[in-house]
Ligand binder design. Structure first.
Ligand code: GSH
Length: 208
């Protein structure tokens, strides 16, 4: 089956999808619209194809699916990454939604041009991230045996969170995994998974 994934030329909302497709051994066409200068309008043909005028969306088997989390969850289910029962699947949803909140707190930094203001924003969001999210996620992983957020095997919640932490390293230079052993173990599990490791090694190098 031919899969066509549309997004900008960046990791962003599409990267967890790309990682999960790679994990599932799926070949996909990785269609990337130019991203710079930001904000870069979507090419008209891509915008017109997307149901809601946005990316990411994916086409396969005569079908089209939009909205990043719907797409990511669909493939997570397909490749057995949603835990072992309905409750674990709901825990995955909870943690992914929380990672989305965590990532959103960092968005304003990307557009800030003033170096002084940026430094102050970085200090504030780093502090609030540690308190609100990172220490809690770390505790959840440690209480769960020290390897995974949910259950006893990797889920899409691990992939989604590890990707967000990796994005933070690449964009902001944060290395939160060095501070939290649970986060580090979870992150290493994801990025040492052979198919994901191969995807990351070969993926285009982009700023965002
Ligand atoms: N809720 C949507 C948000 C998608 C979104 O904001 N996409 C942006 C790129 S990150 C976009 O398509 N921007 C171009 C536009 O809105 O014209 C999702 O999760 O997929």
């Amino acid at each position: 089956m031919a899969y066509k994934l549309y997004y900008y030329d960046g990791r962003g909302y599409a990267e967890p999808i790309r990682m999960i497709l790679s994990y599932g051994g799926v070949d996909f066409e990785d269609i990337r619209a130019p991203m710079f200068p930001i904000p870069q309008p979507l090419p008209a043909d891509i915008k017109a194809k997307s149901t809601w005028g946005q990316v990411p969306f994916i086409e396969f088997d005569g079908k089209k699916l939009n909205q990043s989390l719907a797409i990511t969850r669909y493939f997570a289910k397909k490749f057995d990454l949603v835990g072992s029962n309905e409750f674990e699947a709901a825990q995955c949803d909870e943690y992914v939604d929380t990672v989305v909140d965590y990532v959103k707190a960092w968005f304003p930094l990307v557009m800030e041009q003033d170096a002084e203001k940026l430094k102050k924003m970085e200090e504030e969001v780093t502090k609030s991230s540690r308190e609100k999210y990172l220490s809690k996620f770390n505790a959840i992983i440690l209480e769960n045996g020290g390897q995974f957020l949910v259950g006893k095997k990797m889920t899409w919640a691990d992939i989604y969170f590890a990707q967000a932490l990796n994005n933070g390293e690449l964009i902001h230079g944060t290395k939160f995994t060095e501070e939290y052993p649970g986060l580090k173990a979870m992150y290493d599990n994801v990025f040492n998974t052979p198919a994901i490791k191969k995807w990351v090694k070969g993926r285009p190098s982009t700023k965002f």
